[in-house]
Design a protein around this ligand. Sequence first.
Ligand code: DUC
Ligand code: ZN
Ligand code: ZN
Length: 464
Amino acid sequence: MRFDTIIKNGTVVTASDTFKSDVGICDGKIAALAGCLDNAHEIIDATGLYVMPGGIDSHVHIAQPSGDGIVMADDFSSGTLSAAFGGNTTILPFCMQEKGTTLREALKDYHAKAEGNCHIDVSFHLIITDPTAYVLGQELPALVEDGYTSLKVFMTYENLRLRDDQILDTLDSARRSGALVMVHCENEDAIRYLIGQHEEKGELAPKFHALSRPVAAEREATHRALSLAEIVGTPIVIVHVSNRQAMEEIERARKRGSKVAGETCPQYLLLTADDLDATELEGAKFVCSPPPRDKESQLACWEGLQNGTFELFSSDHCPFRFDDDGGKLNEKGKRNFRWIPNGIPGVETRLPILFSEGVSKGRIDINRFVALSSTNHAKQYGLYPRKGTIAIGSDADIALWDPRKSVIVTNDILHHGADYTPYEGLEVVGWPIRVLLRGTTIVDEGVFKGQSNGGTYLRRDRTA
Ligand code: DUC
Ligand code: ZN
Ligand code: ZN
């Protein structure tokens, strides 16, 4: 048999196994796993490299309307390019419904932004901000049929949050149609109370962002979201969990029999609230929600990645430029933390951070790395086994990792549209040196070799 491509002499890693094997690729799919494959148009030597499924980042914000002159730093072109260089082959950004509009309208706009501009494969989650009877009764069931099988709701942000009755209605519609609901858990009323307290005292610097969104606000909302899902009887995903108390809520809900997935992100492993307390507004670079906590919370999040409280490790890439009128330091943001847009870039650094801090430092094994970075995302969101594994018949979405390559992360080497990285100066050991999307090399030794429109849109199966 003649293959299009053979990856030779590498160590194949899946979520469950590690083995020496060549990988034969035909028509963009994995066609053979065996020793000594040798008849191909192209042979890639992977001696000393790990051959792993391309990363799937299931929590990414790109070109999302952010209001008030604020503009996200990435469009689909820069966001997917940055993702590719970070070892990813699929991302799942959010298509946000704006109040007073329909989901179909939001999707039409969002598809138009993505069409022809994606370097890797994409699929959209919905964000529901206006759960009208039409949206929940008509649109959502039809959209789930069309492959939009997951959605996010917010419990915070004045213009995005849903009330409990709206969350219940949304969960109910999701249960009937088989959509999976992701929840941003922070108590908006508590946060608004605390913001008011800080404003009264003139405490307006970036560090007060973290103090106005305490663990208790996240824990309470996590408990409430889990209880509402239990009452309706439908699974949920608790996204971007930052601390032990919220994790304990997830664990307790599971013990009661609820089906819950947990997600955490690099910022909760490497940053703390102290990073927001930098001089000269530098702290704005780290403003995200939930905010980074403390060292103990970092330890808790590592434990959760090790013991299964978290199945998902995502970036929550939500990039804004720092020194920019439409970014972190917009005119109002310079004067008051409440106007600093929430979110930090991270789609390109997610996997090197997990590899380096996790695998290279011995906190997780390489199979767990694959599960957390790729396989579990594909399973959770209806892409498995087409995506997320190295198996015969799966798409040949593959990242070749050099486990010994040491890189100092600086903003210069990244490809996102932001003008900073929160991880400036971090040394990582382990780097994705070559990335293949459906069998075609798209990144090779720091050079993009693919096509700027090479990504496709993915319809997804139900998983709820
Ligand atoms: N929630 C997210 O999921 N991302 C960035 C901002 C936010 O609040
Ligand atoms: Zn969120
Ligand atoms: Zn997010």
